[in-house]
Design a protein around this ligand. Structure first.
Ligand code: ZN
Length: 96
């Protein structure tokens, strides 16, 4: 089997696609991270300490640019996320 130009191009496109996909965080990766965070936080919201629901929880990043990693995220409930988003909007994203 020979490597044709088309084949190489397709491979590069595939790699590029995977790289950009990584940046956003793979859905599977995020799901695994959520499960780990939930265990670490004893199923409690990191902000209000309410019991997190089975579904509809938010993986919150401290620094959006740092992506979905163990140290950069916390699991919070939808209500806390809404409050946080509102606050970010009012402060223009500046740290409080
Ligand atoms: Zn909460």
């Amino acid at each position: 089997m020979t490597t044709t130009c088309t084949g190489r191009y397709a491979l590069r496109r595939k790699l590029y696609k995977e790289l950009s996909y990584d940046e956003r965080g793979k859905p599977m990766h995020r799901r695994a991270l959520k499960a780990k965070k939930r265990a670490m936080q004893n199923s409690l919201c990191a902000l209000c300490a309410d019991l997190l629901p089975e579904k509809d929880v938010v993986l919150d990043r401290f620094e959006a640019k740092n992506g979905y990693t163990m140290v950069n995220t916390q699991l919070i409930c939808r209500a806390c996320d809404t409050v946080k988003q509102e606050r970010l909007r009012f402060t223009d994203g500046a740290p409080l």
